[in-house]
Design a binder for this molecule. Structure first.
Ligand code: FDA
Length: 392
């Protein structure tokens, strides 16, 4: 029987951080993970360069049924705290855009930093260790694991969400939450590309690889960034962002020319260059291929003087408020995050401790707190881990 103060299940971003910080408080920690490596998602994050935080992190960057929940933890462990840690380990990094901090080298710099912090307090992740059973005892929790039984005062669930099952994601954290009487909010894939199956599919296919700066809106939320046409539909940062707000069946509105007053521009072109064909005019705004395809497939290209005012209005409408109804998303196979999860109304925002079962803690993505794209999800992992680590 291994007897310890704290068992943390999940050696991902949140679990590693919590283990290091709890160890710094002198707590004896066991960190277990069923995968053969710790922090696999850290390694694949940010296209291999780990977008580890965001300079402009604030509660408004997070989705949750309980939007106030994340505030306290984010305020007590900020992006500046994590940057200080990164600087202490002399990890070279840069701001790519919009406050997003990336490693200059590889994501492994961040993983090595967390493992070094763990090692400094005597924590080495127990890998390829599965947890078969958890029981509440008078003094805490008893676990049956593939490495034998364990007993602890505090049990931390840091098993993340459902995205990328091939990287070790499971619904284990939700199962534990259910076992101890927690409410679960429906889960769905977030920060995920859209699939398109209607007549738009051909356009997406033909434009595959083309990226356009757009304003994308759905359910009252808008993001200004690139969209990317793909063989299967639409992706790119603006699409990933809006996917977290989209519900099946809904339309997404895409303004393909967010900096242009399109009706005024069309009127001016009609006046100045009446014989210019629509596709020639659009080629000044988009790539030639995209201009030709949309001029022909959407509008039938002809000299601009030949369009009626009503037709010009329709063209303007289509370009600045293109309505797209995705067939669905690529799902957990490629999603960066899982929306929903453990209902935060039953968890202390100060300590991350369960309000249903004392000594049980939930941190990171398993909770119903999901960040926007841009380093916010890792900042939540660090901040929630820090909050729990002060109390476990
Ligand atoms: P995380 O998923 O990191 O860790 C969970 C751990 O629990 C894993 O090690 C897993 O093996 C283990 N586990 C699961 N089930 C278990 C079980 N039954 N028993 C034992 N162990 C179990 N975010 C960001 O801010 N910037 C970025 O650049 C990116 N990039 C990015 C790219 C890709 C491709 C993905 C999929 C995701 C991102 N993210 C991101 C999101 C970010 O990776 C994610 O939000 C955090 O890793 C969540 O941290 P957690 O520790 O909660 O879960």
């Amino acid at each position: 029987m291994r007897d310890t103060d704290v068992v943390i299940i999940g050696a991902g971003a949140a679990g590693l951080m919590c283990a290091a910080l709890a160890g710094q408080r002198g707590r004896r920690v066991l960190l277990v993970d069923h995968a053969n490596k710790a922090g696999k998602k850290i390694l694949m994050s940010g296209g291999g360069n780990c977008n580890f935080t965001n300079l402009y992190t604030e509660p408004a960057n997070f989705l949750s049924q309980n939007p106030h929940f994340c505030k306290s933890a984010l305020a007590r462990y900020t992006q500046w705290d994590f940057i200080a840690l990164v600087n202490k380990h002399q990890i070279p990094h840069h701001e790519k855009k919009l406050g997003q901090l990336f490693c200059d080298n590889k994501s492994i710099d961040i993983l090595r930093m967390l493992l070094a912090e763990c090692e400094a307090v005597g924590v080495k992740p127990m890998l390829e260790t599965s947890v078969d059973r958890i029981e509440k005892t008078d003094a805490g929790y008893r676990l049956e694991t593939s490495a034998g039984p364990m007993r602890c005062q505090s049990l931390v669930i840091a098993t993340g969400g459902l995205s990328i099952p091939t990287m070790g994601a499971t619904g284990f954290g939700y199962q534990v939450a259910r076992q101890f009487g927690h409410n679960l909010l429906p889960t769905r894939a977030g920060l995920v590309p859209f699939t398109i199956t209607d007549q738009l599919k051909d356009l997406c296919n033909e434009l595959s690889g083309t990226s356009v700066d757009c304003l994308v809106s759905c359910n009252g939320k808008s993001f200004r960034e690139n969209i990317l046409f793909t063989h299967r539909g639409l992706s790119g940062p603006a699409i990933l962002q809006i996917s977290s707000y989209w519900l099946p069946g809904q339309a997404v509105e895409i303004n393909l020319l967010p900096d242009l007053d399109v009706p005024a521009w069309l009127a001016q072109q009609r006046n100045d260059r009446p014989n210019a064909e629509l596709r020639t005019l659009l080629a000044e705004l988009f790539t030639k291929k995209m201009a030709t395809l949309i001029a022909e497939q959407w509008f039938v290209s002809k000299p601009i003087k030949q369009y009626t005012h009503a037709e010009l209005e329709q063209i303007a409408q289509r370009l600045s408020a293109w309505q797209v109804v995705p067939a669905g998303t690529e799902g957990y196979r490629t999603a960066e995050v899982t929306l929903g999860g453990v209902d935060t109304k039953e968890v202390s925002s100060k300590t991350m401790e369960s309000l249903k079962s004392p000594g049980l803690y939930f941190i990171g993505e398993v909770l119903d707190v999901t960040g926007h794209l841009g380093g916010f999800n890792f900042q939540w992992a660090w901040a929630s881990a820090h909050a729990a680590a002060q109390y476990v």
